[in-house]
Design a binder for this molecule. Structure first.
Ligand code: NAD
Length: 333
């Protein structure tokens, strides 16, 4: 029976990336019954809310979604469709694996780290105002329950997946109240997992250590803003935004998406790399229990990269659709 999955085609280069994923999924004979839902800039331009209620209700009902990147409209009062979706669906855990891909040359050999980013709090609370005419305030919101959920998710993931170490990343030396709460919660929860080695790092030091000692890291867990920045850094270590996948988990639903944004300057050019969205799709297949399809697609992707078929960001000249077709040839071959 086909799996029902909500699909957001996204803005900018989003629709081209979704077409590439659909092409590869078809070639892999994965039975997905896509339920199209709307969100993003296209909704705003049609006079609708950036994330319509029907979209939220449908994803809640179906329980799973694949989302292409969406553009945040620029202008006073504009909210991010991505932040809105994560908050309204309470997708509190953003999980971003970073790993070496064959055929993608980087200085970071044998990279294999999973980043857990809290997804609904922190400076993304979007509470901002002008305190005076010339002074702006942006409020950082951290709750003990929010910290507990993401930290527990990281430790549980480590235990289930045979990972040995979890590192809590924060800036509690400066933000003693907000990050202090995260750090205290991290230390309290880590005691429940004596089988997993754990320690904490200050975020700036963590960034430096990621690029100098990446092989000692296994699972990182952190707050929303640090997670956003550290996971882009890690995406760069993996080969760039074009290859870095991600997933958002809540209690009752999961939405899979690439780390990157809508790359609007390349819209309609059939140029950007579909690998990140495709790998987000294979994370989704794993979640659906389609482990063979996941392995088949990832195998075909790696074989394609090894043959030197690459999009512009990896130094190649393949188009988005051409890259997808090359993966399909590997699947059929
Ligand atoms: P971006 O990720 O879209 O682009 C950053 C750089 O990476 C650009 O040079 C872009 O061309 C390149 N890039 C991105 N995806 C690529 C791919 N698949 N293949 C090759 N190159 C790729 O970030 P941005 O320019 O800061 O943001 C553009 C828009 O996307 C903004 O409106 C932003 O709010 C939104 N955004 C959305 C998400 C999301 O939907 N989850 C995430 C980040 C940014």
């Amino acid at each position: 029976m086909a799996h029902k999955v909500c699909l957001i085609r996204g803005d900018g280069t989003g629709p081209e990336l979704v077409s590439a994923v659909e092409t590869v999924f078809r070639a892999a004979n994965v039975a997905i019954d896509w339920v199209e839902v709307e969100a993003g800039l296209a909704c705003v331009e049609a006079g609708k809310p950036i994330v319509p209620d029907e979209t939220i209700e449908k994803i809640r009902e179906v329980g799973i979604g694949l989302k292409a990147p969406m553009t945040t409209p620029i202008g006073k009062g504009s909210v991010s469709p991505n932040v809105t979706l994560r908050k309204r669906l309470d997708l509190y855990a953003c999980v971003r694996p970073v790993f070496s891909l064959p055929g993608v040359e980087t200085p970071f050999k044998n990279l294999d780290i999973v980043i857990f980013r809290e997804n609904t709090e922190d400076l993304y609370a979007q509470i901002e105002y002008m305190a005076t005419e010339t002074v702006a305030h942006s409020v950082k919101v951290i709750s003990e329950s929010g910290c507990e959920k993401i930290i527990r998710a990281a430790f549980e993931y480590a235990r289930k997946n045979g990972r040995k170490k979890v590192v809590g990343v924060h800036k509690a030396n400066i933000m003693k109240v907000a990050d202090g709460l995260f750090l205290r919660t991290f230390k309290r929860i880590s005691e429940e997992y004596p089988d997993i080695e754990s320690w904490d790092n200050i975020v700036d030091n963590q960034c430096m250590q990621l690029v100098t000692k990446w092989s000692i890291y296994d699972v990182l867990v952190t707050l929303n803003l640090y997670g956003d920045i550290v996971s882009d850094l890690a995406a760069g270590m993996m080969g760039g935004l074009g290859v870095a996948p991600g997933a958002n988990f809540g209690t009752n639903c999961a939405v899979f998406e690439a780390v990157h944004g809508s790359a609007p300057k390349y819209t309609g050019m059939n140029k950007v790399n579909p690998t990140a969205l495709l790998l987000s799709g294979t994370l989704m297949l794993d979640h659906l229990g389609e482990t063979k399809a996941r392995a088949d697609i990832e195998g075909a992707l790696k074989a394609t990269l090894m043959k030197g078929v690459k999009t512009y960001d990896l130094g190649g000249s393949a188009t988005t659709s051409g890259f997808a077709e090359a993966i399909c040839s590997e699947l059929k071959g």
